[in-house]
Design a protein around this ligand. Structure first.
Ligand code: NI
Length: 395
């Protein structure tokens, strides 16, 4: 039996265990920065495997180190563990037992896949040349995120390459999404308040109509993407909240606006808030209104290293078959996996977890989101075969 076949068999043997972990975690979701019980479960489970140095580096994160007998590269693998403030509407028998909280992004699956990987590899310690480091990260969903805290705590010290994955329900089971270079955008957030002068709706000339001015601000912000930046640069500017007023005959004194900006390029990213302020200032001044503007830079973009990405594509071909490779396009979602990529070359990849035939097609963060559990095995295979290629003696 080749090493590839042996590893695939090892994954298939713990398949049911990985599904059970996922279902347990799915029933017990916790919000970002509150993953105490999840972290304890992961910590205890890792300790039960033996051969691992298990620590709690920062916040609710857990790290396990599998250090082989011979020197070699250090390969880090990351899973995130947090759930979302969503009331689950699924009807299967392992739905969330924590009201108002749900694993609606598949992080339960990520955690169970990495536990499965740690279980298999910890049983092969004598074959490891170098080290495998397992990151169970808290708080991916909420900025400033858990990844940065882990990096600050030094988890990336000595790491040569880092990989991570996301199960993806809008990609069909049977695919692994590979994307060299820019893959996921930098998600930034803005808040604007337009201050006018409130008054009677029948006497608009005695007011400064904050709604009319704010509406123009929103309209003119659209020019930043369509007219002020290079069409070949990827950029999104979405206004997602517009709040003002109380009733039909009162012009409100102020309107609150907020939204998100997504980009890949550093220069584009740094230019956008300046362009926004120019528009906001110009429009409000033109109408005698004033404003407050706050802009927060979020996670860095996920930029995949060419070599590590090629390695992961080779993993797909060798472990699953060439027909599994989906050369996916980048998307404008955000991911704090990028924090690890600041310290070592890395690759983030998607594992197709949707299944139209089984009715598994709801998008991420939807109350009926779920994954095809067959995809869990795919994720474990990706991780163990990456270890085979980077830190194992090829028998
Ligand atoms: Ni997610």
């Amino acid at each position: 039996m080749t090493q590839i076949t042996a590893l695939n068999k090892a994954v298939e043997e713990i398949r049911q265990q990985v599904i059970e972990w996922r279902r347990y975690l799915h029933q017990h979701p916790e919000l970002s920065f509150q993953e105490e019980k999840t972290a304890q479960f992961v910590y205890d489970t890792l300790l039960s495997f033996g051969n691992l140095e298990v620590t709690r580096p920062a916040g609710n994160s857990v790290m396990a180190r599998l250090i082989g007998p011979k020197p070699g590269k250090v390969l880090a693998m990351r899973a995130d563990m947090d759930g979302l403030a969503i009331t689950e509407e699924n009807t299967f028998d392992f739905i969330s037992k924590n009201p108002g909280v749900m694993h609606a992004c598949g992080h339960d699956g990520h955690t169970s896949m990495l536990l499965g990987t740690a279980k298999i590899l910890s049983g092969m310690k004598d074959k490891i040349r170098g080290e495998v480091r397992f990151f169970f990260q808290h708080a991916e969903e909420i900025y400033p995120g858990g990844a940065e805290e882990m990096v600050q705590a030094g988890v990336m010290d000595g790491v040569d390459l880092v990989i991570g994955t996301h199960l993806w329900s809008t990609m069909e089971y049977g695919t692994v999404g590979i994307c060299p270079g820019p893959m996921m955008a930098a998600p930034d957030t803005f808040w604007i308040t337009v201050f006018g002068k409130g008054g009677h709706a029948a006497l608009p000339h005695q007011t400064i109509d904050s709604i009319a001015v704010a509406a123009q601000v929103v309209t003119n912000l659209q020019h930043i993407v369509s007219r002020n930046t290079d069409p070949l640069d990827n950029l999104v500017l979405s206004v997602t909240k517009f709040t003002g007023g109380t009733t039909h005959n009162v012009i409100p004194g102020s309107v609150e606006i907020c939204g998100t900006v997504r980009s890949f390029d550093k220069n584009v990213r740094e230019t956008v808030p300046k362009l926004m302020e120019r528009v906001i200032k110009g429009i409000t001044e033109a109408h005698g209104a004033t404003y407050e503007f706050r802009y927060e830079f979020g996670y860095r973009p996920v930029i995949n290293d060419a070599e590590v990405t090629q390695l992961m594509e080779d993993v797909v071909v060798e472990a699953l078959g060439a027909e599994w490779v989906d050369r996916m396009r980048p998307n404008m979602g955000g991911e704090d996996f990028s924090a690890f990529q600041q310290k070592a070359p890395g690759c983030f990849f998607f594992v197709g977890a949707g299944n139209q035939a089984k009715g598994i097609a709801y998008p991420h963060h939807h109350p009926r989101f779920t994954i095809d559990e067959d995809a869990l095995e795919v994720g474990v295979k990706m991780f163990v075969h990456a270890a085979r290629k980077v830190v194992m003696d090829n028998a």
